[in-house]
Design a protein around this ligand. Structure first.
Ligand code: AHN
Ligand code: ZN
Length: 329
């Protein structure tokens, strides 16, 4: 009886101590406190004015619709910027049939940092813009191309600014900045035919089946889509959550630490067919999508121009992604 009593007390004490300990570490994590001082990294300051300029430079070419001069010129500009920022640049020129039979002369553009590093992170954004404003309230606009300031240029602008930052201070892991083409040539809203899903993300499908280097792999991927609008609410996209909930947690936690929890809301966001769909399916790299819940009010309309862009949003997304990639060991 005595011995049993002592044993039970010891067990109780052990349980109390364990709970107290885990509570402490949980509190420290919630406050974003760094417990291991050796692992503190200095994350550089993302510059939203700079990112904004990169968005504007793309939009100034006009709609970046595959097979147009503006598209060609913008592709050259993007490859040149990545070169200028010290990345090893790869170009994938591929002819991709669109759902309507048009053969798209597409170009995926990849900028690699520390190309020899085995541990890598892949950052994606599409750089083309939609040939048709088929969600415009004015039906007469439904066959007019869009500028895609948010839908296309915003993610690329954020990633170009991150490239500029990486040139000044390298994160520990190798980083690949991957601009995929022909994302937005998906079926027109008036189209009733088959294979609707596969008509989107043509450039990412091609890259994911045949990456820029053989046996390419990354620890995880982050896709940025429409990350420059006013007051977006980024939620956990459904597929991202299925394949890479740990990456979702990392990103939303970083946003919270930086005070951007008004943009990054940890709720279910439903499923979105996007470039990450194909990157997950074919390349099997666990990749999340940072995409606004409910998209954004000017999606696939004539109003997706520079007036739709918010520097505050560019800052929130850019600094959050930097916080994640610079803290990866
Ligand atoms: C669809 O509209 C099916 N998916 C959204 C992917 C997208 C289009 N992102 C930007 N434009
Ligand atoms: Zn789009």
């Amino acid at each position: 009886m005595k011995r049993n009593y002592t044993f039970t007390s010891l067990l109780l004490l052990l349980i109390i101590a364990t709970v107290a300990c885990s509570n402490n570490s949980k509190k420290a994590a919630d406050n974003g406190e760094e417990t291991d001082t050796k692992s503190v990294v200095n994350v550089p300051q993302f510059n939203a004015d700079s990112a904004y300029q990169y968005v504007k430079s793309q939009v100034d070419f006009g709609p970046r619709v595959p097979n147009t001069d503006a598209h060609k010129a913008c592709g050259d500009y993007l490859a040149q910027k990545l070169e200028q920022f010290g990345a090893k640049v790869y170009n994938q020129n591929i002819n991709l049939p669109a759902y309507n039979g048009t053969l798209l002369k597409a170009r995926n553009i990849i900028g690699a940092y520390k190309p020899e590093a085995k541990k890598r992170i892949a950052l994606f954004s599409h750089w083309d813009s939609r040939p048709w404003a088929d969600q415009d309230p004015d039906e007469k606009k439904h066959y007019t191309p869009i500028l895609g300031a948010n839908d296309g240029a915003s993610g690329v602008g954020v990633l170009l600014e991150i490239a500029r930052q990486i040139q000044q201070q390298q994160p520990e892991l190798g980083i690949d900045i991957i601009f995929v083409d022909a994302e937005d040539y998906g079926t027109h809203s008036a189209y009733q035919g088959k294979h609707q899903e596969e008509s989107w993300g043509l450039g990412s499908q091609a890259w994911a089946r045949n990456p820029h280097i053989a046996d390419y792999n990354a620890r995880f991927g982050i896709l940025l889509d429409m990350v420059g609008g006013k007051n977006p609410e980024f939620r956990y996209e459904r597929l991202s959550e299925e394949v890479a909930s740990n990456v979702n947690r990392k990103v939303w936690k970083a946003a919270k630490q930086l005070g951007y929890d008004r943009f990054f809301v940890p709720k279910d966001g439903g499923e979105v067919t996007d470039d990450h769909t194909f990157i997950n399916r074919y390349a099997k790299i666990p990749t999340i999508d940072i995409v606004p819940y409910g998209f954004f009010e000017h999606w696939h309309t004539e109003k997706d121009d520079m007036d739709a862009i918010s520097k505050e949003t560019l800052q929130a997304v850019g600094q959050t992604v930097m916080q994640v990639i610079y803290n990866e060991k």
